[in-house]
Design a protein around this ligand. Structure first.
Ligand code: HEM
Length: 474
């Protein structure tokens, strides 16, 4: 199996294990620990703690003790070198957090179940197989922006718009047209259930799921809706025997190369929902942040527009154009650096172990702070500056494990290629048709399952190339 590594070693960087000092974050309360301040704003709290106290920290959320690691060496130890010792935090016998919604799919499973599913699913996401889906992505994008020309004077929330767009992309690449009429309901169900899952995990005061509270009932209703929908789609596809060459077909056909076995309906449900959930919110937020960064950096935006106009000359982008759009890709990479959709990656030590000279007993929970890593001054020059040119070929690549938007090691994102085709293609498509300008003063990041703009981002759309827009609205 392909095990993604952490990238390149920066010249002069030592490969040997350095020693770290573990600092206890001050200010924990007797019963709740640091839950109050953490829950209030987890992203800002993790960033401030890191800047103030260092790369290896320990803190408490109620009864749980957590470690926050914000150094590439520690990230590499946990995610790559000791990947077999640092497991996901979910237990299928007592599902909490995301496992309540996603069941035992790729994101939440561990051990032999995960290994088998990853073997089956990884080939579906090979770059060569995805290029066939790129055209669909552009078509969905074109359809979505076709209505924009009638709403030019209205500011719109680009974050919400990107969420619908990427949901439509994953729906169509996964299930072809069969879920189109349910998009609104699916979007609502995913939003409610993922937020509920996030809160149930991070809030020590979260009421147990069996209590008949309003939020528990709402959660049960939306998960029941998602179950009904996905099981019906699987049954319909199995019965009709029709093939659409979409992700569901590929999940149904996929066989374990070692045993020849496929996935059961329950496993298909969990994997379909996992890919659905993991495959749209992350990309949507990455795109929303990219539009925000472009809107606040006019010189970068001008260079982006120049590249699109020169390379595409008004025609719709295809996957073959991507190698000729290096600046567009660099924008996306840089946006993932400053606003990684997964700003912290969580693991639990399955056995006693040592990391960077620190002893961690079995059961220790570790957060790899990717948001912090991506702004670490030892590994990035001008870390807080939006500088897409740092990704162009004549610049030095980042240090190993200093850049982890898609994670690293065996559990790295299986949808990396999908996202790296979808993101730049949608940027190119929209960017050549419209200039998006910021229509609000302050935009604040918020960690809520993924790193999203709190309260959205209001923008106005200004037409650019008439030829491209009329192709898009046809
Ligand atoms: C910009 C977009 C994306 C970002 C930033 C992103 C980020 C990540 C990260 C950081 C992980 C690893 C989490 C961990 O180690 O605990 C992950 C895992 C995963 N991602 Fe993505 N992702 C993106 C897009 C996608 C897409 C488009 C899909 C599917 C179509 C997808 C499906 C998955 C799955 C199934 C896993 C679990 C893999 C495993 O544990 O074996 N992701 N993603």
């Amino acid at each position: 199996m392909l095990v993604p590594e952490c990238g390149t070693v920066r010249p002069g960087m030592s490969d040997s294990g350095s020693s770290f000092e573990l600092v206890d974050v001050p200010g924990g309360l007797p019963l709740f620990g640091h839950a109050g301040i953490f829950k209030n704003n987890p992203l800002r709290t993790m960033a401030e703690w890191w800047r103030r106290h260092g790369d290896a920290l320990r803190f408490r959320l109620g009864p749980k003790t957590l470690h926050l690691f914000s150094h590439p060496t520690l990230a590499e130890e946990v995610l790559v070198r000791q990947a077999d010792r640092f497991v996901k935090v979910y237990d299928p016998r007592q599902p909490v957090g995301l496992a309540l919604v996603l069941g035992n799919g790729l994101v939440t499973s561990s051990g032999e179940v995960w290994r088998r599913h990853r073997r089956i699913i990884q080939p579906i996401f090979h770059r060569a197989r995805l290029t066939a889906m790129a055209d669909r992505m552009v078509q969905i994008g074109e359809r979505r922006i076709a209505g924009w020309s009638e709403q030019l004077e209205h500011p719109f929330d680009v974050a919400a718009e990107m969420m619908v767009l990427t949901l439509e992309v994953i729906s169509h690449t996964m299930f072809t047209t069969s879920v189109a009429q349910h998009i609104e309901q699916i979007s609502h169900a995913l939003r409610v259930s993922l937020r509920y899952a996030f809160d149930s995990f991070h809030n020590p005061l979260h009421p147990p799921t069996w209590l008949p509270t309003r939020r528990n009932r709402e959660f049960q209703e939306v998960t029941a809706f998602l179950d009904r929908l996905i099981y019906a789609l699987i049954a319909e596809r199995r019965q009709s025997g029709r093939r659409y060459n979409d992700l569901l077909d590929r999940l149904l056909e996929a066989r374990d190369e070692e045993t020849g076995a496929g996935l059961t309906d329950q496993e298909l449900r969990d994997e379909a929902l996992t890919i659905f959930a993991a495959g749209h919110e992350t990309t949507a937020n990455a795109l929303a942040w990219t539009w925000y960064l472009l809107a606040t950096h006019p010189a970068v935006k001008a260079r982006f527009h120049e590249e699109l106009d020169r390379v595409l000359q008004g025609k719709r982008p295809t996957v073959d154009d991507l190698p000729n759009l290096p600046y567009t890709r660099a924008l996306f990479d840089e946006s993932l650096r400053l606003f990684p959709p997964a700003p912290a990656i969580q693991r639990k030590a399955a056995t006693d172990t040592r990391v960077g000279g620190l002893s961690l007993p079995a059961g220790s929970v570790v957060l790899i702070g990717t948001y912090n890593l991506h702004r670490h001054p030892e590994f990035w020059s001008e870390p807080d500056r939006f500088a897409p040119e740092r990704w162009l070929s004549d610049h030095q690549l980042p240090a190993r494990c200093a850049y982890l938007p898609f994670g690293a090691g065996p559990r790295a994102c299986v949808g990396t290629h999908f996202a790296l085709i979808e993101g730049p293609l949608l940027l190119a498509l929209i960017g050549q048709c419209y200039d998006l300008r910021l229509a609000q003063e302050r935009v604040e990041p918020q960690l809520m399952v993924t790193l999203r703009p709190k309260d959205g981002i209001l923008m106005t759309r200004h037409p650019r190339l008439k030829a491209a827009i009329s192709t898009a609205s046809r």
